[in-house]
Design a binder for this molecule. Structure first.
Ligand code: GLA
Length: 364
């Protein structure tokens, strides 16, 4: 009998509700059928050894030294950041070998980092109990305070709480969620632009600060509490006003999208996707030429109800609502169009809602 164990955590695609999580609003992601898997075995020294198959590298730290770790700007920061946060909650970190493999593409806006954090937390816990919401929050802290990316809770939350057969509407203020089943016959297709512009991280910070500025000017604790009527009457910088307009209208779009999904109204769902994309493009200013091309090209294709960028911005994937029977023709046509435009071959990724993170039990 081996002592090996395997833990998995999914990536996500966000259907709608972009940059609303750190404004304590609503988001509607699905946990993906793409995941990060970590195989663990006891290590024979007192070190934590982590090996990434994707990077072909191993990093080792003594378990006694985890409290004094600092970020290195390296893929291992996500894992050691989680170890650091577990120590802060009083958990001992066992001496282990961690072998990391992932089917979540990096830099595609499908949350490979949250999948890695959540899988790492389960791997390091080795079956010890931690409340699921605490698990998500711990991984968010690892990313915000250790890796240094001041993200919201969406990615880690859905990686923990994702459900099969449905999207997950998260209220980022109460941290409660509900299942939102999608209409039959509708496929969710991500199209990876294969570009990620490097201003992503600094632009994210800037947006977080501009939203805080707008909330302050409006006299509310978060933009979740703001309305478009109130926004119209309060002086603030141009950037803060545009960001606030996106966040307030995006929260409304999430509510409307959920209503439309429940009513099976796919053309309204598609229209809300396009409106959301315009809002990200013109008010939040986080799109880029490649993504705008993909959204516009998709919207013209038969069977595609709507498209928008998904994730933090400046590249990565679009998410498309496509009638199931049109998917093969859609995939062909969007590949051809994007190849002709950019010379790059986009990955077309069918997204199937998958359950949240868990241990994979071997039954052989
Ligand atoms: C990144 C962050 C999330 C969220 C999205 C934008 O994925 O990690 O918390 O803010 O961007 O919706």
């Amino acid at each position: 009998m081996s002592d090996a164990r395997t833990f998995r955590a999914p990536g996500r695609v966000n259907l709608i509700g972009e940059h609303t999580d750190y404004n304590l609003g609503f988001v509607l992601p699905i946990a993906l059928n793409l995941d990060t898997r970590i195989r663990t075995s006891p290590s024979l020294d007192s070190f934590l050894h982590v090996h990434s198959a994707a990077h072909g590298e191993t990093c080792s730290v003594p378990v006694a030294g985890i409290d004094s770790l600092t970020p290195q700007g390296h893929w291992s920061d996500y894992i050691f950041g989680v170890a650091f946060q577990l120590r802060a909650l009083g958990f001992d970190i066992p001496a282990l070998n961690l072998h990391v493999e992932s089917t979540v593409p990096e830099g595609a806006g499908l949350s490979s980092s949250a999948a890695l954090e959540v899988a790492s937390a389960l791997a390091l816990l080795q079956g010890r109990q931690l409340d699921r919401l605490e698990l998500a929050r711990l991984c968010q802290r690892a990313e915000s305070y250790f890796v240094g990316m001041p993200c919201g809770i969406m990615d880690q939350y859905v990686s923990v709480f994702g459900r099969e057969h449905a999207a997950t509407k998260i209220d980022c203020r109460s941290l409660e969620s509900e299942a939102v089943p999608l209409p039959d016959g509708l496929a969710i297709i991500a199209v990876n632009s294969m570009v990620k512009h490097s201003l992503g991280q600094s632009a994210y910070r800037e947006r977080v600060a501009e939203c805080a500025e707008a909330a302050k000017a409006l006299g509310v604790a978060s933009l979740r509490e703001a309305t478009l009527e109130r926004l119209a009457g309060v002086p603030m910088s141009r950037a803060a006003r545009l960001r606030a307009r996106h966040v307030i209208s995006e929260n409304l779009r999430v509510e409307h999208f959920v209503e439309a999904a429940r009513a099976g109204d796919v053309s309204r769902m598609g229209q809300l996707f396009l409106n959301s994309h315009d809002s990200m493009r013109y008010d939040y200013e986080i799109s880029c030429a490649e993504i705008d091309f993909l959204v516009e090209a998709a919207a013209r294709l038969p069977g595609c109800h709507g498209a928008r960028m998904t994730g933090g911005g400046f590249g990565g994937c679009t998410v498309n609502l496509v009638a199931e029977q049109s998917v093969p023709a859609f995939a062909e046509a969007i590949k051809d169009a994007y190849m002709a435009y950019s010379g790059r071959c986009p990955a077309v990724i069918p997204c199937v809602p998958a359950p949240g993170a868990c241990e994979i039990r071997q039954n052989t």
